[in-house]
Design a protein around this ligand. Structure first.
Ligand code: NAP
Length: 260
């Protein structure tokens, strides 16, 4: 299926590995010129080279912390007029809300709510003027089904979701769409790290913890990041202009509901 976006320009945030990388790779496969970002320069440069080699697309790495003003300015300087923006950043740590300070909350809000909002603010009027824009926010299944230990994530991402629900309906007339992708468990470094922590706590092998998560899903497995990337690219397709302000859960059916 030709998504009709060859030659378009994209910024994909937090993309040296995991879900961000998968989105960048899927877009590059469609012939999109991608600017990818992460904090650590070496893994980012490696990923850029791998995507270039695999797809032949132009891939520009910008090493910076996307949750800072300077970081966002650097990403935007490399791609001032993106047609596609994929918002992503690391997730907040787990814990008990009784122990979280104002600073902990501000960090989570900065990363998972305000950073996407400021990037959207920087690009959306240009997208509206050019009559094409696709914005995809990577949020979390926790937006629909809160994870008790991830209160910072539940709260910050719900704030972003509420904000973009309103904005998406103000820009859709210009062929600019904003949608959210809500990952359930996908086999990335973050899932491995979280499972390692759980394995150590329980004194069990990490593979067992991951297998347990896989069994708890109707799909009987955890997600493959490539599946997530493909969904992201689909939302960015020329023909996806009527998909507006939606929250797509990719969790193998784990959220039990008759309707979304
Ligand atoms: P991951 O494998 O840990 O990858 C995170 C990526 O983000 C890395 O490339 C990392 O590179 C980059 N990054 C982190 N903080 C950044 C920052 N401040 N500025 C720029 N880049 C940054 O994580 P993932 O599993 O792909 O998860 C991506 C997002 O989806 C996270 O917010 C996560 O909470 C959420 N999520 C994931 C799952 C899952 O099962 N995987 C489920 C629900 C929600 P550097 O460290 O070099 O910056």
């Amino acid at each position: 299926m030709d998504l009709g976006i060859a030659g378009r320009k994209a910024i994909v945030c937090a993309a040296s590995q995991g879900l961000g990388r998968a989105c960048a790779l899927a877009l590059a496969r469609e012939g999109v010129l991608v600017v990818i970002n992460a904090r650590r320069p070496e893994p980012l440069a490696r990923t850029a080279e791998e995507i270039r080699r695999e797809t032949g697309a132009q891939v520009t790495p910008v090493a910076c912390d996307i949750t800072t003003e300077e970081g966002r300015a650097a990403a935007l300087a490399a791609c001032p007029e993106p047609d596609i923006l994929v918002n992503n950043a690391g997730g907040p740590p787990p814990g008990d809300f009784r122990n979280w300070s104002r600073e902990d909350w501000i960090r989570a809000l900065d990363a998972n709510m305000l950073t996407p909002i400021f990037l959207i603010k920087a690009v959306i009027d240009g997208m509206c003027g050019r009559k094409f824009g696709r914005i995809v926010n990577i949020t979390s299944g926790a937006v629909k089904s809160p994870i008790p230990t991830l209160g910072l994530s539940n709260g910050a991402r719900a704030g972003l979701t509420g904000f973009v629900a309103g904005l998406a309906r103000q820009v859709a007339q210009h062929n600019v769409t904003i949608n959210n992708l809500l990952p359930g468990p996908f086999l990335t470094e973050r899932l491995r790290a979280n499972s390692r922590a759980a394995a150590e706590k329980a004194g069990r092998p990490v593979d067992e913890i991951i297998a347990e998560r896989a069994r708890s899903s109707p799909a009987g497995r955890v997600g493959d990041p490539a599946e997530f990337g493909a969904a992201c690219a689909f939302l960015c397709a020329t023909s996806s202009g009527y998909i507006v302000g939606q929250n797509f859960l990719l969790d193998g059916g784990a959220f039990n509901a008759t309707m979304g």
